[in-house]
Ligand binder design. Sequence first.
Ligand code: KG4
Ligand code: ZN
Length: 342
Amino acid sequence: MDITILGIESSCDDTSAAVIRGTTLLSNVIASQAVHIKYGGVIPELASRAHQQNIIPVVDTALKDAGVDIDKIDAIAFTRGPGLLGSLLVGTSFTKGLALSHNIPMVEVNHLQGHILSHFIDLPDRELPHPEFPFLCLLVSGGHTQIVKVNSPLEMEIIGSTIDDAAGEAFDKCAKVMGLPYPGGPVIDRLAKEGDAKAFDFAKPHVKGEFDYSFSGLKTSFLYTLRDRVKEDADFVEKNKADLCASLQKTIIDILLDKLIKASKKLGIKDIAIAGGVSANSGLREAIAEAGRRRGWRTFIPELKFTTDNAAMIAISGYYRYQQGMLSGMDVSPVARLEEIL
Ligand code: KG4
Ligand code: ZN
């Protein structure tokens, strides 16, 4: 009988639970928290409270959808970090309680490794394409932007990362300046489709690190463009929203691809994957596919439901760790920052 893992994700503003058997996903339930929308960003205290309300029904539904009894679960995988400490605490504490009461081992998962390993999930009715090791993964989420060399499911090297803002933050912060709702990424993606990507020029960074990124300069450049033009015309943003979104999105994609191409060339690796919330961006997905066609890459672009936060990716990561006997003790505590996990 294949290993069956229950995965639990609660690092930010999505409460999610999933059941995986072997690498086949049996269920994946996500409760997104609408409570943050009116504040224009995630309020940590409200996120923890919403996780507390959601976690029992979400886990219960995931087990029911999978048709698996809790006593048939081999291990519970949970997100230890990085993320919001209060949110992580809810998932970690709940996991401990469930593990203790049913005598099930626990497996901690690094959220970012989870995003990357989402490329190894299969569906009951079809296998999905999996990259071969070693491959490069452009990990683009709300809090992180990295190029990761993935040597095996559990051995990953961060070869480049942002020195300031993440790509997702650039989307979200620029959206906020334009008065668009949170999270800004999907809204910009939609508006960009009707705009001219050549309409505006925004600053591109010159970062010393060969494969490192920076997005704070772009954000400032975007902010100044808006400020100067709004002085001349109060309706500037309203009239130019689509063009602003298209130009901003194109700039972010160009920045991301530039370093990714350099890394692929330097390391001679042509299996290229993208992961994380920003990998839902339609422009980025097209640009990666196009770069792949031109450069002879095999590109791995996740199904949309596996791009943003979900527990399926935590369950698959847990599967690989459990196979290696990497269990966590009852004294495990969540960690907010990536540096403390590595
Ligand atoms: O991976 P994720 O769900 O959460 C973190 O681990 O941070 O990523 C969330 C980020 C947000 O910044 C959101 O704006 C961005 O992913 N995002 C997008 C799109 N969908 C989500 N950015 C650009 N285009 C999208 N379609
Ligand atoms: Zn994430």
